[in-house]
Design a protein around this ligand. Structure first.
Ligand code: ADP
Ligand code: ASP
Ligand code: MG
Length: 437
């Protein structure tokens, strides 16, 4: 018997109707033995994700506001499924335990994690699989860094005792036993860790689209689907904002050479996107995909003879380190360096950071460009074709878009441009039309 690890995202487990589809998919292939679930997501436009409601509970607790009604809305959603599907999961006792803990003002990670926890208990009962909690398996160090090898061993040891199991996504724990979550969308990472540990034949990631599309479907109408893509290309696209799969979900699967297959719970007959080391050998299109995100700031430092001044970049990095800022890009010229940072990282401290740059680097000028979006155009085929960048820049020029920054990765697998936030969607459409349509 083979082993498939299947992770079902929020929309695939949002209610009884979706869970019925999920169950049919699992039962259709006996190899689907290890199931990772997210918390229930939105059932319709404007609905709440369980995880968001749980974070809201925490906010209320912190402000000494009543939160029981919000938690009741959460509990009711699970209860509705339990009743509608006739599952016997005995959820009331779990709700009581969580309610008791909420009185003690627990961490927001603990509260958020209960969405996945309750759902895994429920889905395990629905499928007749064992419930295996990931709290004891996914291990973080005291600083919150994932301990990859310890986690791998723990999952492998535990799952060797279970032929079939449902595991909650999104969280693990630190050495002191405190629950610790990944960043949002992190159930994808749990699925990948499980797939690696059990040496799965494939890691199936079931969601609400039939695989990776060449651009965000909320920006480009009916973008073409990507049949095959390499881990590297995918990481590039996920990192840059294509939110289908968490960017950190690629590494564990890749380490064990487990292919990742993105599938659609609402259209299980679609083959979806297959992610492997090679990707698509033949490139019908020069590019594989386009992804991006908004809200970056570019600080361009200019200093005469910078190129001969030793340690300039090191000092920049030192300042960023002092402020705990992860920079995004660092494109440089002979006498210039630009530091591209996400606004989220700057976190309202731009003036302070600029003062540090001024006093510790003594540049001749500092230019600041705010409200920048970064757009990555990614593809293995790009390096082997001449004129790819020209085509990209032309497309943007023709659409009347001003390029504020360019960074061509050394991998030659991507070109990143910075445009103003207001031009973000327009720029993605222009690039898509130029290369794909
Ligand atoms: P899940 O809850 O199953 O984890 P997500 O919402 O995290 O699902 O990811 C799926 C969503 O990602 C899709 O509904 C789509 O709107 C969005 N998305 C963004 N970029 C892309 C892309 N390039 N291809 C496909 N979907 C994309
Ligand atoms: N439920 C979590 C979130 O909404 C994790 C996940 O769905 O992957 O971010
Ligand atoms: Mg997701």
């Amino acid at each position: 018997m083979g082993i498939k690890v299947a992770k079902f995202g929020g929309s695939s487990v949002a209610d009884g109707i979706q869970l019925t589809k999920t169950k049919a998919i699992i039962e259709q292939d006996p190899d689907r033995r290890y199931i990772v679930v997210s918390a229930p997501g939105k059932r319709y436009e404007g609905d709440n994700k369980i995880t968001d409601l749980l974070y809201l509970c925490k906010t209320h607790i912190e402000h000494n506001l009543p939160y029981d009604q919000i938690f009741q809305v959460v509990a009711d959603r699970y209860m509705a499924v339990e009743i509608n599907l006739g599952v016997k999961a005995d959820l009331l006792k779990y709700f009581d335990e969580i309610r008791e803990n909420l009185k003690k003002n627990p961490s927001s990670d603990y509260i958020a994690s209960r969405g996945e926890y309750l759902n895994a208990v429920l889905v395990a009962a629905f499928l007749g699989y064992d419930f295996v909690d990931t709290a004891d398996l996914i291990k973080f160090d005291a600083k919150g860094k994932l301990l990859m090898e310890e986690t791998d061993e723990a999952i492998r040891a535990e799952l060797s005792k279970h032929e079939r199991a449902v595991l909650p996504g999104f969280y693990g724990s630190t050495p002191d036993g405190e629950i610790k979550t990944f960043s949002r969308g992190g159930s994808d990472i749990t699925g990948s860790l499980v797939a690696r540990a059990v040496g799965a034949d494939v890691y199936e990631n079931w969601t609400d689209v039939s695989g990776f599309l060449m651009a965000d479907p909320r920006i480009v109408k009916n973008p073409k689907q990507i049949g095959k893509i390499s881990y590297k290309e995918l990481r590039e696209l996920s990192y840059m904002g294509a939110s289908v799969l968490h960017e950190d979900a690629i590494y564990p699967a890749r380490m064990a050479d487990v292919p990742i297959n993105i599938r659609n719970t609402n259209k299980p007959e679609d083959p979806g996107t297959l992610i492997t080391a090679e990707g698509d050998g033949n490139d019908e299109h020069i590019i594989t995909g386009i992804a991006g995100s908004k809200d970056f700031t570019v600080v361009a430092l200019y200093k005469n003879m910078m190129s001969s001044e030793r340690g300039f970049v090191r000092r920049i990095l030192g300042i960023l380190d002092d402020y705990d800022i992860n920079f995004e890009h660092l494109p440089s010229g002979i006498d210039t360096v630009s530091v591209v940072m996400a606004n989220e990282q700057i976190n309202g401290r731009l003036d302070e950071v600029l003062e540090e740059f001024q006093s510790r680097l003594r540049p001749d000028t500092i230019d600041v460009i705010e409200d920048i979006s970064l757009i990555a155009t990614v593809g293995h085929g790009m390096s082997s074709r001449t004129g790819t960048s020209a085509k990209l820049f032309n497309a943007l020029a023709e659409a009347g878009i001003n390029i504020r920054m360019i960074d061509q990765g050394s991998s030659e697998m991507n070109i990143i441009v910075g445009v103003e936030n207001k031009d973000f969607e327009k720029a993605i459409r222009a690039i898509y039309d130029a290369f794909v349509e």
